[in-house]
Write a protein that binds this ligand. Structure first.
Ligand code: ATP
Ligand code: MG
Length: 289
């Protein structure tokens, strides 16, 4: 099975992750220009790796992005995946569940969107919302019409267990799962909200509800701390990425994806001798046309 690539941002698998100590910014980072240049190189490398990943056709790659609002999920996905052949990659954004989705178990809607072998699937928000936003707002549970016998005391740990089981199952079947928590500070979020309010071309990104959710910051952090500790496993690692500086964040995410793909020892399928003989026949046929 695949192994998590080493990184100082890897959330350890022993539940020792302390979110309060997780960095939101790296002060001695390279200059913006150097970060952008390095990202371009990573994007080119990702392009090459994706081609062989597709041809190799043994794994699928699931990239999960979770974050507070305005952390930069969309722009990270856009820039990191900019060199990827769109035919081999699909992005799904999970919003408030529809009534049809609410009629199913909480993993159903994302299970329907898992990437096929050879493909890359990106989840912009995911089943983790069920142990994050829903945990912060337990009143949302009433829309899920769960059985009355359900014990609220154990609900969250049971959901985390279901997620671990599902991810293990996916990993056993060839899905490589890499999860990113984009760790933006409260201060930087405020700055980004204000620029959404103050700059007309960014107004469309502003949602009143985002400011309301910001009021629950501590509850979200508690939910993240617990979820990341419970579900950062060798088969589905979490990386907590400093998100206050976008160029640094994008490069770090791209690097981890590139290293993950490299660790899979991908190769283009080789034809066997029988097939080779058939190829020779076809070549001759074409040449003699
Ligand atoms: P952006 O704001 O960048 O467009 P977004 O991912 O924040 O992207 P929105 O439409 O603003 O998209 O918000 C989606 C909302 O849906 C989020 O507040 C999220 O917490 C909520 N959501 C996602 N999944 C669930 C869920 N399972 N139950 C309840 N709420 C959910
Ligand atoms: Mg939003």
């Amino acid at each position: 099975m695949f192994k998590a690539v080493p990184s100082s941002y890897l959330v350890p698998h022993d539940s020792s992750f302390d979110l309060e100590k997780a960095l939101t910014v790296i002060e001695d980072r390279p200059k913006k220009k150097a970060l952008k240049k390095a990202l371009q190189q990573e994007v080119q490398r990702l392009h090459d790796l994706q081609r062989v990943f597709y041809a190799h056709d043994r794994h699928s790659l699931l990239l999960v992005f979770q974050a507070m609002d305005a952390a930069g999920k969309d722009s990270t996905i856009r820039s990191v995946m900019s060199g990827i052949n769109p035919a081999g990659c699909q992005v799904f954004s999970f919003k408030k569940p529809s009534s049809k989705e609410l009629d199913h178990d909480f993993l159903w809607r994302t299970n329907c969107c898992m990437p096929e072998r050879g493909r890359i699937g990106i989840f912009n928000r995911s089943y983790y919302e069920e142990v994050l936003v829903v945990r912060v707002h337990p009143e949302y549970l009433k829309y899920q019409r769960l059985p009355n016998s359900l014990n609220l005391e154990t609900l969250w740990s049971e959901r985390l267990e279901s997620i671990n089981d599902m991810e293990k199952h996916m990993a056993r079947n060839g899905t490589v799962i890499v999860k990113f928590w984009l760790n933006v500070s409260m201060q930087e979020q405020k700055r980004r909200f204000l620029s959404r309010l103050n700059e007309p071309e960014k107004n469309w990104k502003f949602a009143v509800g985002d400011v309301v959710e910001r009021g629950h910051w501590d509850d979200y952090m508690k939910a993240y701390q617990e979820a990341l500790n419970a579900t950062s496993t060798p088969s589905a690692p979490w990386y907590a990425i400093p998100a206050d500086n976008k160029p640094y964040m994008r490069l770090t995410v791209a690097r981890i994806i590139r290293q993950t793909l490299e660790s899979l020892s991908l190769n283009y399928p080789r034809v066997d001798s029988k097939e080779q003989a058939r190829f020779d026949e076809m070549r001759q046929l074409l040449e003699n046309e």
